[in-house]
Ligand binder design. Structure first.
Ligand SMILES: Nc1ncnc2c1ncn2[C@@H]1O[C@H](COP(=O)(O)OP(=O)(O)OP(=O)(O)O)[C@@H](O)[C@H]1O
Ligand SMILES: [Mg+2]
Length: 297
């Protein structure tokens, strides 16, 4: 499989390189988002591509946008990415890009957790709460929460880590009405997706959504949705509370990085070929399990 580490599209104005996606302006109201094969872990971009990862992420997002379209409007326009670039640039966008409505990002990320893991588990061990939300005593690592919880995070400037904030802080930043709407929609999206994933033998432990506003102030779901980058996916058959489950996402790379003495700041250490290959296999397995279909070329 060909890999794409960074795009070079000259027929459109570059808006910027994110950690994983490259964004270009299409007119003044749309954006071309190309998902590259870059991988970021602990907010640091690795030097090696994971071949095909961008296609997996893009096709996962598309799958969920379609499945969840009845809950909230989303940023997709239906315009084919191949139609907005020059002929010699088509290969860079094939299977890995969308033309989206250009929205005003809401600077708070909507994190929903159905299980207690990662930073949430650390927080709970220290405080008995996650992001200020009190939880029952005696929960084990990876245990299912009585109800999914909403734990917002302030979107960081480039190169900074996102920062957990309380719901009250979120209300102050974006207004109480929008905060409540975001929370309710995010929980509904998570519940619907988790229910579907369960039928495919997958647990969605947690996930992060991003929303933006159009010119009329209408809230849209944007960015990537329920991908292996924005979510923790666990195979249901090997799930067991008390241990950190194996997963279909980049936890595999994170676990490898934890074995190194590396300060989790750029530059990233080199990834060995077998770590790249295993990571690639996890991403492909995730999309096949989830959608029941192989990746489209
Ligand atoms: N429809 C949209 N309109 C405007 N911005 C969008 C839209 N969809 C996604 N984005 C933004 O495009 C960027 C996608 O790039 P990527 O996910 O690689 O970046 P990131 O590293 O998460 O970037 P950042 O540090 O800015 O969050 C994100 O900043 C995301 O918020
Ligand atoms: Mg992002």
């Amino acid at each position: 499989m060909n890999s794409l580490y960074q795009t070079s599209i000259h027929s459109l104005p570059l808006l910027g390189h994110g950690k994983v996606r490259d964004n270009y302006a299409v007119g003044d109201d749309k954006i071309l988002i190309v998902t590259t094969d870059r991988l970021s872990a602990f907010d640091v971009v690795m030097n090696e591509p994971i071949p095909g990862k961008g296609k997996v992420l893009n096709q996962m997002s598309d799958f969920w946008f379609e499945k969840l379209g009845h809950i909230v409007p989303n940023h997709l326009t239906g315009v084919a990415p191949e139609s907005v670039v020059a002929p010699e640039e088509v290969e860079q966008v094939q299977g890995r890009a969308v033309v989206a409505k250009r929205l005003k990002p809401i600077m708070v990320e909507a994190v929903v957790r159905g299980y207690i893991i990662g930073s949430g588990w650390k927080d709970y061990q220290d405080t008995g709460s996650i992001c200020g939300i009190k939880l029952p005593a005696g929960l084990q690592q990876a245990e299912k929460l009585p109800e999914p919880i909403f734990t917002p995070a302030a979107k960081a400037e480039l190169g900074e880590h996102d920062e957990n904030i309380s719901f009250a802080e979120m209300e102050q930043r974006i207004g109480a009405d929008l905060a409540a709407k975001m929370r309710d929609v995010a929980i509904a999206l998570y519940k619907t997706a988790a229910e579907y994933a369960a039928t495919r033998g997958i647990i969605i432990a947690d996930t992060k959504f991003e929303f933006g506003l159009d010119d009329n102030g209408v809230m849209h779901l944007m960015d990537e949705v329920l991908t292996a980058d924005s979510s923790r996916f666990w195979p249901a058959d090997s799930y067991q509370p008390g241990i950190s489950p194996p997963s279909f996402d980049k936890q595999f790379v994170r676990d490898y990085l934890e074995t190194l003495t590396w300060g989790k700041t750029a530059p990233a250490p080199a990834l060995p070929a077998d770590v790249i290959a295993k990571t690639q296999a996890k991403y492909f397995e995730a999309i096949e399990r989830l959608t029941g279909e192989k990746l489209k070329a």
